[in-house]
Write a protein that binds this ligand. Structure first.
Ligand SMILES: [Zn+2]
Length: 258
């Protein structure tokens, strides 16, 4: 069991750990932008930098009150050098340092970055759009938490059929699936919401036109996008382990082509 010896909201420590990891695993690092004096980093491995096809995009920390996946992703990358040496990977380890430090969902000025992805007037969104220009990923994953939920759940946007149920199965021994059949007004079946069309209507009806990261990625950069959620009121260690199990299962799917 991995146990944190800090609050989970220490951004300076997170940056220090990622910089060490980047050296150890030969990851290229770039500052996307600086927000309230905090740099927002993107890392990518050599295969991604060289433009190799079939990439994986992993992002987290866009909501500052959802800290488990931020530390889970760091651990997962540290412990999976073989995956990183064979697959192109882009990593956004914390898109909202201001929120993480304050333990707030929103970024500076009360902005929910995960409803801004169609609006490049925000400097971070503009920088990320620029970084993503011309890139395609086999799969993208955005890692989140939900303080209302009582279990794990998964959004899957895919033009290649649904593969999400197996990922939930891999995680449910640590935290069970959400049993509600509706989350945020959306219908779920055994904690999975799968969509392959109707995304524009969903944005208008459910989100008031504000685009989440995953929908932007699905519209422009990938045919297969996951958003995985753990219940943020559960034990932090269990939540971290659950996000790592999710990434392990996803890496296994990518390795075996399922
Ligand atoms: Zn979130």
């Amino acid at each position: 069991m991995s146990v944190l010896n800090h609050s989970g909201h220490d951004y300076a420590l997170l940056v220090e750990r990622w910089q060490s990891l980047a050296v150890e695993h030969s990851l290229h690092s770039q500052v996307l932008c600086t927000t309230e004096n905090h740099p927002v980093f993107v890392f990518e491995n050599e295969a991604s930098k060289a433009g190799q096809s079939g990439g994986l995009y992993i992002s987290t920390g866009i909501h500052g009150d959802e800290c488990a996946p931020v530390w889970a992703l760091l651990d997962w990358v540290a412990e999976n050098p073989s995956f990183l040496s064979t697959h192109p990977v882009v990593i956004l380890p914390c898109l909202n340092p201001v929120g993480l430090i304050a333990n707030h969902r929103e970024a500076a000025h009360g902005i929910d970055l995960n409803r801004q992805f169609n609006d490049p007037s925000h400097p971070l969104i503009a920088a990320l759009h620029h970084f993503l220009q011309g890139r395609r990923f086999d799969c993208t994953v955005t890692l989140h938490e939900d303080y209302d939920s009582t279990g794990i759940y998964l959004y899957e946007l895919s033009l290649r059929g649904s593969h999400g149920d197996a990922l939930l199965t891999a995680c449910e021994s640590t935290i069970p699936r959400e049993t509600a059949t509706e989350v945020d007004g959306n219908p779920f079946t055994r904690a999975l919401l799968f969509r392959d069309y109707g995304v524009d209507r969903f944005i208008e009806e459910q989100l008031g036109g504000g685009w989440p990261e995953s929908i932007y990625l699905f519209q422009h950069h990938s045919d297969h996008c996951y958003t995985f959620e753990t219940p943020s009121e559960f034990d932090l260690t269990r939540r971290i382990i659950t996000h790592r199990l999710f990434l392990d299962a996803l890496a296994c799917q990518i390795r075996t082509g399922n």
